[in-house]
Design a protein around this ligand. Structure first.
Ligand code: APR
Ligand code: PHB
Length: 394
């Protein structure tokens, strides 16, 4: 016996993309159902990046979930690039007139969940066997099982916000879907520690031993990353080994200010660039990691998901409010134009800042020359800055 549910938009995935889309549509009076194969506690527990573009903050303000962000978020008007001990500050405010906000993605997710629960959003957690069907019909159906029962959501549109490992992208026929991928020959070993950050701004360091990033979650909680081998296991990295390596890669002047302590989160993540085209099939629309992945170097994963959601929510609201489908019809083309520009920036910064095992001495000199050019050219620094604070939405 199948339980049938009717709604306007069925959102698969309750990460940042799905949650924000649900909130923006609810604010416009559009009915949604959100389903996820995990539950709220698991989703909130995922450690992810923490730099919000100017446009992301605007979107969260529009969604009505930015109060805590404005209270607790840290405004940053610049960051440092370091190369074998030399430092160059990218002055975001002077070069673009904009800043970024350091505020953990975990907190963004919690703020969105709090608001959706307060508004009694219908959630279906711990679902299994999710199958988007009839996507080219006027009434797609998303089928799934929950607690042993068959459920079917009949809707006008399906939003595939189910991340890189989700089912939505797989629902696009193989002769329609095109994918593009670059897998990087290293990983990022990240730790979290309850200690003040080594610097008041982020430091991205390219050292002969490898990349390092000094970041933070607050004035008392720091986040650090080291480039590591894909063969590494977290068990290979004691806290002491991590701190010793971080000191070497940040250099003695910075390391002198490093406050170390016991890590309370430690994990290794692979790096990839990935894009799936198109981001629409029939009445299925992909948004966020379901459609693209960026290496974390440019802190663009969450921000790119938010940009997709801003475009998709604008299109769906226009459809239901004005009865016109211009932005729906151009969603994939518009979103992908921006996705590829952000992929380019994330790939460029990753290529500049990491030690590539296969690089010859020539490529190593090209990295140094790029850094020296950035350090001496306001135009080159402005190019980095305008990508970092966030490109225009469309
Ligand atoms: N059925 C239902 N839900 C699913 C399925 C499925 N088959 N597969 C995945 N999901 C859920 C996951 O449990 C997760 O909660 O979809 C959600 C996808 O969330 P994210 O992976 O966070 O992707 P997105 O919302 O696009 O966020 C993109 O935030 O999480 C970061 O690294 C991510 O920075 C990126 C940004
Ligand atoms: C983080 O704080 O997790 C972070 C910050 C900036 C990045 C990547 C990750 O580029």
């Amino acid at each position: 016996m199948t339980q049938y549910i009717d709604t306007q938009v069925c959102i698969i995935g309750s990460g940042p993309a799905g949650l924000l889309l649900s909130q923006l549509l609810a604010n416009a009076g559009i009915d949604t159902v959100v389903l996820d194969r995990k539950d709220r506690a698991y989703i909130e527990g995922r450690i992810r990046a923490g730099v919000l573009e100017h446009g992301t903050v605007t979107a969260l303000e529009e969604a009505g979930v930015a109060d805590r962000l404005h209270r607790e978020g840290l405004l940053h008007d610049g960051f440092d690039l370091a190369f074998d001990g030399d430092r160059h500050r990218i002055d975001l405010a002077a070069l673009t007139g904009k800043t970024v906000t350091v505020y953990g993605q975990t907190e963004v997710t919690k703020d969105l969940f709090d608001r959706r629960f307060a508004e009694a959003q219908p959630f279906y957690f711990n679902v299994e066997d999710v199958r988007p069907t009839d996507l080219t019909s006027d009434r797609p159906v998303v089928r799934f099982r929950q607690d042993g029962k068959d459920v079917a959501v009949r809707c006008d549109y399906v939003a595939g916000c189910d991340g890189f490992h989700g089912v939505s992208r797989q629902a696009i026929p193989g002769d329609v879907l095109r994918t593009f991928e670059r897998v990087y020959p290293f990983g990022w070993l990240g730790i979290m520690v309850e200690r003040p950050p080594v610097s008041h701004e982020l430091i991205y360091a390219n050292h002969a031993r490898g990349f390092a990033l000094a970041s933070m979650r607050s004035k008392t909680r720091s986040r650090y990353y080291l480039q590591c081998s894909l063969d590494d296991d977290v068990a290979d990295w004691s806290d002491d080994r991590f701190w010793d390596e971080l000191r070497l890669r940040l250099g003695p002047d910075t390391a002198a200010h490093l406050q170390t302590g016991p890590s309370f989160e430690k994990s290794i993540a692979p790096l990839r660039s990935f894009v799936a085209e198109p981001m629409r099939y029939g009445n299925l629309f992909l948004a966020g990691d379901a459609a693209h992945i960026v290496p974390p170097t440019g802190a663009k994963g969450l921000n790119l998901a938010v940009a997709d959601v801003r475009l998709l929510s604008r299109a769906l609201i226009e459809h239901y409010r004005d009865g016109t489908d211009h932005h729906l019809e151009h969603y994939s083309e518009t979103a992908l134009r921006r996705v590829w520009k952000v992929e380019r920036f994330s790939w460029q910064l990753s290529t500049l800042m990491h030690h590539f095992p296969e690089n010859s001495p020539f490529e190593a000199r090209m990295q140094r020359a790029e850094f020296d050019y950035l350090s001496s050219s306001e135009a080159a620094s402005r190019a980095i800055a305008e990508n970092y604070v966030g490109l225009p939405l469309d």
